[in-house]
Design a protein around this ligand. Structure first.
Ligand SMILES: [Fe+2]
Ligand SMILES: [Fe+2]
Length: 267
């Protein structure tokens, strides 16, 4: 069994400072094998905000993988946004915008959907998608292939904004090449196993986890997802903050099963 903990949308700089230590404690309580952070580490891509985000992530002492979100691009320096849009992220967070990590039987591929030419929207860059497809086709077949990106490739009901360019074409290519799951954020909204129900199976398991720490007005259900991969079985447990105590607590788990490249909801 490999335990992946999905964190997203930390938004350091516009975060809830009182939740930082409880989040740290709750992550460690779960003893994850790997922590995956799907972008928006910062609110405004400032050096101090990256320092705070990375201090938090490194302070966990757990292997982690991060990719940029739209908020990790410079806003106050238009020249930097145009000429070196990922310079601040590379200096402050990680040089690699498309990291790859193997842990247990999981193979994680990060892609960068943040787009300096858009404010909120993103793009599935087809050169990155093609590269991930090649890596999956040439890689081992007895693994679970997981894509990590900031912008969701398929938007859940109520969020159909068409914000991720190329998403449909990219999704089909990735499924054909052997992708099993996509982890994304950006929406600050929870969707676990998009489109998979007792009545319906899907070839791709998609999860959007809610924001971990963003303090923007109206944000709610701060938390993270704990994903236990065990052969063809997957169990997902959302951990959400209990506002009266300020502690993160587990919510009911959902179980899924992958058989013949299709995901089913388990009993
Ligand atoms: Fe965000
Ligand atoms: Fe975002």
């Amino acid at each position: 069994m490999t335990r992946l903990l999905h964190l997203t949308d930390l938004h350091f700089g516009l975060h809830r400072p009182e939740l930082v230590q409880p989040l740290h404690d709750a992550v460690l309580l779960n003893r994850p094998d790997v922590v995956v952070v799907s972008g928006d580490l910062t609110q405004r891509a400032l050096a101090g905000q990256f320092r705070a985000a990375m201090a938090f992530l490194r302070g966990l002492g757990v292997p982690f993988m991060a990719i940029p979100g739209n908020h990790d691009l410079p806003v106050f320096n238009p020249l930097a946004r145009l000429l070196n849009p990922f310079g601040a992220y590379r200096r402050g967070a990680a040089r690699d915008l498309t990291p790859v990590l193997s842990i247990g039987r999981l193979r994680l591929f990060g892609v960068n959907t943040a787009d300096p030419l858009q404010w909120r929207g993103g793009v599935a860059r087809m050169d990155e998608v093609d590269w991930v497809c090649r890596a999956m086709l040439e890689g081992p077949t007895d693994v679970t292939n997981i894509l990590v990106c900031h912008h969701p490739f398929e938007e859940p009901a109520g969020f159909e904004r068409g914000e991720t360019a190329n998403a449909q074409a990219a999704t089909q290519k990735l499924i054909d090449a052997g992708l099993h799951a996509i982890l994304s954020g950006h929406l600050h909204h929870w969707t676990i196993g998009l489109g998979i129900s007792k009545q319906g199976a899907r070839p791709l398991f998609q999860i959007q986890t809610g924001t971990a720490l963003c303090s923007r007005f109206g944000e709610r259900d701060h938390g993270f997802s704990v994903m236990d991969f065990d052969g063809s079985e997957l169990s997902v447990t959302p951990w959400v903050v209990d506002e009266p105590t300020g502690r993160f607590a587990p919510q009911p788990s959902s179980a899924f099963l992958c058989r013949d490249r299709m995901w089913y909801k388990s009993a």
